[in-house]
Design a binder for this molecule. Structure first.
Ligand code: GLN
Length: 548
């Protein structure tokens, strides 16, 4: 008998009522659950923007730019997918309207439509389907979880919904829809309202789609009467209306879903064999989150805008999560504070306030504002033995600070801030210089994973426990090799190099409890159940300082 190849399955996660209620975490949690029941899964995020990627969008508007293995500059949701599923994301996992149109128009110009007229429908949905299937194939996924950005009522999502509808029509047993919707509790009524979700379900119906599941997001649990209402008026099975109340940590979401056996129900809906999930590793994590034995106080120093903490934490979500993972690993509760470096420019004595922290991080960044304040802060933590982790710009500015204040070359800087600088500790490669000259900014930085060889005996080498590591990059400027010998001799050791390009990747101060700068972004590789080695050791050193 011929064994029929198993059909790949697709779960579409869409949002109703309003965005920012946890669609990304829902999609990521579904992957975590299905992976824990032994299924090969992958995730796709579809963004409605005309932008080709997220690299050209302001992080304060769109959140962090998450970098995938192959250098894709993507939506921050891909970070959640990685953190929850442990799978690595790349270009195929991120689709934008811009990519879809660019492909179609390029094909049309190349006569690849064989003289046919090219229509918005079905050519646009067909291209979306082709891309979703490409992600499935590339990852050989049994289940592909596809999230649509924004909410279903938006005009720009229509062609994506049409693609999903076409897939369902063709393979009804292989496609399921999950509507993540918000159930508000107006304060003057004090009661959870289902009506907005009913409207959302109808909006989805008008696109020819019926939700198979509703994730009922709200401040509280979904109670029985409201579950029944949702089922009746949205046309969704009662036990497919899943309660999703607010939680103290996003890493508890898979548990809440599994309380209602969402995993098995999804498998059943997709005509797959039912298997139990195993969230034991997540259980251990939640135990650590809920029962910390101590506290670790970390300052994140950077230029900050008057946008409030919400946007800030969105812009640096992977760094924040990586700090949390490392704190939990060390049985500590992470206490994070944003420190505006511009304050250190107005009043240089203010840097002394950093003494109250157990450790200091300078994360990635761009541009001129707040830079002198960051350099002041780095000098203070270097001279006062405060654990320091410098990421990307944080590594570049640590090098500048060292050349200025230890080697006495006061004019040292990065050409990003001063293009005619005499002592260009951080400079630009000739190929990058052309990009800047020609205004080719999109997708042209040094992006994605590169190998780095670590020096035996260094703290970085000890943390990783191996000689060759691979980490993801996103920067245009580089450490200038003319300064290599100088700083190494003076004590800021070059302990990580990319051998192929001979680029400096890691610097580390000797005679300091912990002072490491990395040209790459280690935060993208941190997982809740596998803290990143550098963050782990940084937090460990911070706790040691606290003790002493
Ligand atoms: N602005 C620096 C560069 O482009 C650092 C970038 C970053 O921190 N991600 O090289």
């Amino acid at each position: 008998m011929e064994i029929k190849k198993k059909q790949p399955k697709f779960i579409f996660v869409v949002g109703g009522v309003m965005s920012s209620v946890g669609k990304g975490v829902t999609a990521a949690s579904i992957s975590a659950i299905l992976k824990s029941s032994g299924h090969n899964v992958t995730n796709v995020k579809c963004d409605m923007y005309i932008n080709i990627d997220a690299g050209t969008i302001r992080p304060t508007e769109h959140g962090e730019v998450f970098v995938g293995e192959d250098g894709i500059e993507a939506d921050q949701d891909l970070g959640n997918y990685e953190r929850f599923s442990g799978n690595k994301m790349s270009s195929v996992n991120y689709i934008t309207t811009g990519q879809v149109y660019l492909e179609i128009i390029t094909k049309e110009r190349n006569l690849e439509y064989g003289g046919e007229d090219v229509e918005v429908v079905p050519d646009v949905p067909n291209e979306i389907i082709r891309r979703i299937k490409l992600a499935q194939q590339e990852h050989d996924a049994e289940v592909t979880v596809v999230e649509f950005g924004g909410t279903i009522g938006e005009y720009q999502v229509l062609l994506f919904l049409e693609a999903a509808r076409m897939m369902k029509l063709k393979d009804p047993d292989d496609v399921a829809f999950v509507l993540v919707s918000y159930l508000p509790i107006p304060s003057h009524i004090g009661e959870m309202k289902t009506k907005p979700t009913q409207h959302a379900a109808r909006t989805l119906n008008s696109a020819g789609i019926n939700a198979d599941f509703i994730i009922a997001r709200g401040v509280q649990e979904l109670d029985k009467p409201r579950r029944e209402k949702l089922a009746t008026f949205c046309g969704v099975k009662k036990d497919h209306c899943i309660s999703a109340p607010d939680v103290s940590s996003i890493y508890k979401v898979p548990f809440n879903f599994e309380k209602e056996e969402l995993g098995k129900k999804l498998l059943r809906t997709l005509h797959m064999e039912e298997k139990d999930s195993d969230l034991s590793k997540w259980n251990e994590l939640v135990e650590k989150i809920d029962h910390p034995k101590k506290e670790v106080k970390i300052a994140v120093v950077g230029k900050y805008f008057g946008t409030g903490n919400y946007t800030l934490s969105d812009s640096y979500i992977s760094v924040i999560e990586a700090i949390k993972h490392a704190a939990w690993y060390n049985d500590a509760k992470p206490v994070l504070e944003w420190v505006d470096s511009e304050a250190f420019e107005k009043d240089p004595k203010k840097v002394e306030e950093l003494a109250q922290f157990d450790g200091v991080i300078v994360p990635g960044g761009f541009g001129t504002r707040g830079v002198e304040g960051i350099i002041n802060a780095i000098q203070y933590v270097r001279e006062n033995n405060i654990p320091y982790l410098g990421i990307c710009y944080g590594m570049q500015l640590a090098s500048v600070e060292f050349v200025r204040n230890v080697l006495g070359k006061k004019e040292a800087h990065t050409v990003e801030v001063d293009k005619d600088v005499k002592e260009a500790v951080i400079h630009i490669n000739p190929n990058q210089a052309d990009n800047v000259k020609e205004h080719k900014y999109g997708g042209t930085m040094r992006l994605g994973a590169y190998d780095c060889e670590l020096t035996a005996g260094s703290k970085a080498r000890k943390a990783y426990g191996k000689d060759i590591i691979s980490e993801r990059h996103r920067h245009r400027y580089e450490f200038n090799n003319d300064y290599r010998e100088m700083i190494d001799k003076a004590g800021l050791k070059i302990v990580g190099v990319n051998k192929k390009s001979d680029l400096v990747e890691v610097v580390e101060l000797e005679n300091h409890p912990f002072f490491i700068g990395v040209q790459y972004h280690p935060e993208f590789r941190s997982r809740p159940i596998e803290a990143h080695p550098l963050f782990r050791e940084f937090v460990c050193a911070s706790l040691a300082r606290k003790k002493s």
